[in-house]
Write a protein that binds this ligand. Structure first.
Ligand SMILES: NC(=O)c1ccc[n+]([C@@H]2O[C@H](COP(=O)([O-])OP(=O)(O)OC[C@H]3O[C@@H](n4cnc5c(N)ncnc54)[C@H](O)[C@@H]3O)[C@@H](O)[C@H]2O)c1
Length: 349
């Protein structure tokens, strides 16, 4: 069966999907809806059916699947409406604003026996795939810490993202991706606790900074830090094990794996006088002791998301973005908000 798609919300992300979804065999875009018809520009010659109301589109368009690219507070309402209209659903992230909303959505999805998935596209990011491969294949030895950083100097957040009632803030915008990546990379390990600091630095209502520490039973603490007001950035990734440290500076995957031929067991015999004062532990390494290996190649193609949606709707593959995973990430986001409020770690059993 072809996925006959109707897109609801034709802003930034709706337009991006329109451009990219049609590259996939067996996905055909039939209709586009936006409450603001001025947004539906640039696709006039493509012959899509245009709607101003999602209710109308769900009732009248010749579609079997909807893609929800509307602001975050509308995901629940439109998912339930689409499910009740018997339509399969691809929801943008965050799937919902909390676990309670998500459970209500899943009840409608199950009752109507429709397909539901969430566009967690950052699982296909090359930088993430490289670190995941290195960690899971033990290329860094026993990993003890992972830092996933996202720093920008752009400061202010824009449009509806500025307001709580629309599901604004950076935890809903990017936190959901970064926590989803963490849970994918830590596959097989048990999450023990979440400790978080979430705050607003220069925006009035919503978070524009967060630091979340996820502690796992495999000995790894996974640190996620995002800020819109860093004027100097940490590397996007830094993950250290007892046989190497991977660093990736930016999404362009400039970085390497730092290794040593003398595995940290040869401290200089004498105390060295350094700028930091007398030290052996923190003395500089002799020349040639540290070297870099190149990052591994990884194959990753974002359109695999849509290919999997088509196959899963047709019962040929299991869906890649599982609803149980989506629910777990939402529960971790809730725990992070709670931890930040209470100044306590939230324990997971
Ligand atoms: N996966 C990703 O990488 C990624 C990236 C950006 C945004 N997103 C997600 O995509 C969604 C949309 O974000 P965006 O940046 O495109 O926002 P946007 O503001 O650019 O677009 C939203 C559009 O929805 C329309 N709209 C609002 N209410 C509507 C309704 N009831 N019916 C129909 N249309 C309606 C608006 O007029 C607007 O054109 C959000 O959930 C966001 O989190 C995902």
């Amino acid at each position: 069966m072809k996925v006959k798609l109707g897109i609801v919300g034709f802003g930034g992300m709706g337009k991006w999907h329109e451009k990219n979804a049609i590259r996939v065999k067996d996905v055909e875009i039939i209709a586009i809806c936006d409450i603001n018809l001025d947004k539906i520009v640039g696709v006039e010659e493509k012959g899509y059916d245009i709607y101003e109301s999602a209710d109308d589109m769900f009732a009248k368009a010749d579609i079997n699947t909807v893609l929800l690219t509307v602001p975050n507070h509308l995901h629940k309402e439109l998912t339930i409406k689409a499910a009740n209209a018997g339509l399969n659903i691809i929801d943008e992230k965050p799937a919902a604003l909390n676990v309670k909303e998500f459970d209500e959505m899943m009840a409608a999805v199950q009752e109507n026996k429709v397909f539901f998935t969430v566009h967690q596209n950052r699982r296909w990011d090359r930088d993430f795939r490289i670190v995941k491969k290195l960690v899971q294949e033990k290329e860094l030895g026993e990993v003890f810490t992972i830092e996933s950083n996202l720093h920008t100097a752009n400061g202010r957040i824009h449009e509806w993202h500025l307001y709580k009632k629309y599901g604004g803030g950076m935890m809903y915008d990017w936190g959901v991706h970064l926590i989803d990546q963490a849970m994918q990379m830590m596959e097989g390990a048990k999450l023990l606790s979440v400790f978080a600091d979430i705050k607003s630095i220069i925006n009035d209502e919503v978070d524009d900074y967060f630091n979340v520490a996820l502690k796992f039973d495999n000995g790894i603490t996974y640190h996620i830090e995002l800020g819109t007001y860093f004027l100097k950035y940490q590397p996007r990734w830094l993950a250290a094990g007892d046989r190497g440290t991977v660093y990736i500076n930016t999404f362009a995957c400039d970085g390497g794996i730092a290794r040593t031929s003398e595995l940290l067991n040869k401290l200089p015999a004498q105390i060295a006088e350094t700028v930091a004062g007398p030290t052996r532990q923190f003395a500089p390494q002799p020349a040639g002791v540290l070297y870099d290996d190149p990052l591994p190649e990884v194959e990753t193609e974002w359109t695999d998301f849509y290919k999997n949606v088509v196959a899963a709707i047709n019962g040929q593959e299991e869906q890649l973005i599982k609803n149980s995973e989506v629910r777990e990430v939402l529960s971790i986001m809730e725990a992070a908000f709670e931890s930040s409020e209470t100044n306590q770690a939230v324990l997971f059993s």
